[in-house]
Write a protein that binds this ligand. Structure first.
Ligand SMILES: Cc1cc2nc3c(=O)[nH]c(=O)nc-3n(C[C@H](O)[C@H](O)[C@H](O)COP(=O)(O)OP(=O)(O)OC[C@H]3O[C@@H](n4cnc5c(N)ncnc54)[C@H](O)[C@@H]3O)c2cc1C
Length: 427
């Protein structure tokens, strides 16, 4: 068995890359240690599709990608059965000094992302049941200041085109099925344990059962395991931005009666939430400074059960914002792992090992971009394999649906760290 190109990982990112490489006519093998596509961190995703990022490339990528979700069947290009669907709920980004409107709105204007600016009265009117109080900074529940009344009120920026994807695991399965229809081969229960090289280029990968797969190109799309895979390949020494796995919990709670509101990003209280048609409210966190971040060296060792402490903190914060939200006694939800880049911005790049590429550091915020990540990685690989010096003169990707030009240097492994990042999952 041999391939032109091997993709390691069949999450939403690896499956999307496989689709675009196969569409471009390459012989692609995807190696995935799980029994199916989308069973890694993708399956735990809140799958929120929003546009506020701290770089112009980040906003452009998210805006382009949302057209892919809107036209999911068209994006896949094959009838692959049941499809994940995009629900356009809109998203409210509550005002917060660490990510001010003055930073995000010029980027929206430049890219053409529609938005509305709301004062606190409009926020209360447009999101019935919301408490528009300003509580900054986020606090722990055992801090008595947590329970103090708001001293002020806040407004928000509303982006009506935002929303979420109904079933993130199914989205990866859809991408994998479309890639297979284009000829990509998926080998599940296949764990890569070695990357072979000669003359400064990758030559093959080896699986845990000893199978050797010769190939010219390898793409590391291993999600929270990406750092370990880079170490296997011996790459990373020239990276200015590192990656590290972080455990995350998302609480699932009954939606307060009558709440049909948009998704809410609430860094003021350190939380975010979105509804699910006919289902729960999903409540996640935005890494407030008062919380202990759950870094881990090995994603396989994380406790996969939601904990009472995190559940209570997240849901109680959300209940300050939505006073009709009840805080259940028993923790319920999902646990996942982020692959966090030092500046919360992904790394989509080549490496100093010829033929070895990375689509990593997705930092809890790149599910939404998956349709475009496949395309931009395929373009990057094609250009670099044909002699482009991406490090000296970064590839510019022309986004097919919006016509936007995205400077892929923004996602370089050797970039100056993105100093505008919020230090949180918001990127
Ligand atoms: C709790 C949570 C909430 C999130 N919410 C959002 C959100 O609202 N919006 C958003 O845009 N993003 C969100 N994200 C981020 C988003 O889900 C991820 O960025 C995205 O799913 C990452 O996809 P991936 O394909 O890179 O990784 P994964 O889905 O983890 O896939 C990597 C795959 O590689 C496989 N693998 C690893 N090592 C090997 C090996 N050696 N050999 C073979 N296979 C291997 C793994 O088994 C895994 O299936 C969230 C993430 C989490 C965890």
């Amino acid at each position: 068995m041999s391939a032109d190109m091997v993709v390691i990982g069949a999450g939403v990112i690896g499956s999307s890359i496989a689709l675009e490489l196969a569409r471009a006519g390459h012989r692609v093998i995807v190696l995935e240690r799980a029994p199916g596509a989308g069973q890694g961190s993708t399956s735990a995703s809140s799958a929120i599709v929003r546009f506020n990022f701290s770089t112009i490339a980040g906003v452009a990528t998210a805006w382009e990608a949302h057209f892919g979700w809107l036209d999911w069947a068209g994006h896949l290009g094959h009838d692959v059965g049941d499809l994940a669907s995009f629900r356009q709920s809109g998203l409210v980004l509550l005002d917060v000094d660490v990510a001010p409107r003055t930073s995000s709105l010029p980027l929206f204007d430049k890219i053409g992302v529609p938005y509305e600016e709301w004062d606190s009265a409009t926020l209360a009117e447009r999101v019935p049941g919301i408490d528009a109080g300003r509580y900054w900074p986020p606090k722990r529940l055992d801090d008595e200041e947590f329970w103090q009344d708001a001293k002020d009120s806040l407004g928000a920026v509303y982006t009506p085109d935002a929303g979420y994807v109904s079933d993130p695991g199914l989205a990866a399965v859809n991408l994998a099925a479309a890639a297979a229809a284009h000829g990509a081969e998926f080998r599940f229960r296949s764990t890569v344990t070695a990357v072979e090289k000669a003359g400064g280029r990758v030559t093959a990968v080896r699986l845990s059962d000893g199978t050797r797969i010769p190939c010219a190109v390898v793409v590391n799309a291993a999600g929270p395991w990406s750092g370990a895979l880079n170490r296997l390949a011996g790459v990373g020494s020239d990276f200015t931005v590192g990656v590290r796995p972080m455990r995350q919990e998302v609480a699932h709670v009954p939606v307060p009666a009558g709440y049909h509101g948009p998704a809410v990003a609430d860094m003021d209280l350190g939380t975010y939430f979105r509804g699910e048609v006919g289902g729960d409210l999903l409540v996640g966190g935005t890494e407030p400074e008062c919380d202990l971040l759950q870094w881990t060296d090995d994603p396989d060792t994380v406790d996969v059960h939601p904990t009472a402490a995190v559940f209570e903190a997240q849901v109680t914060r959300a209940a300050r914002r939505l006073p009709d939200l009840a805080v259940p006694n028993r923790a319920r939800g999902v646990v996942g792992v982020y692959d966090v880049a030092d500046d919360w911005t992904p790394i989509y790049d080549r490496t100093d090992l010829g033929g070895f590429y990375v689509a990593i550091g997705t930092s809890g915020n790149q599910f939404k971009n998956a349709p475009v990540v496949g395309q931009l990685m395929a373009e990057l690989i094609d250009r670099v394999e044909n002699g482009a010096d991406h490090d000296a003169s970064p590839v510019r990707f022309r986004a097919p649906r919006t016509g936007l030009e995205i400077d892929l240097g923004a996602f370089s492994r050797r970039r100056s760290r993105n100093s505008a990042n919020s230090g949180t999952v918001m990127g």
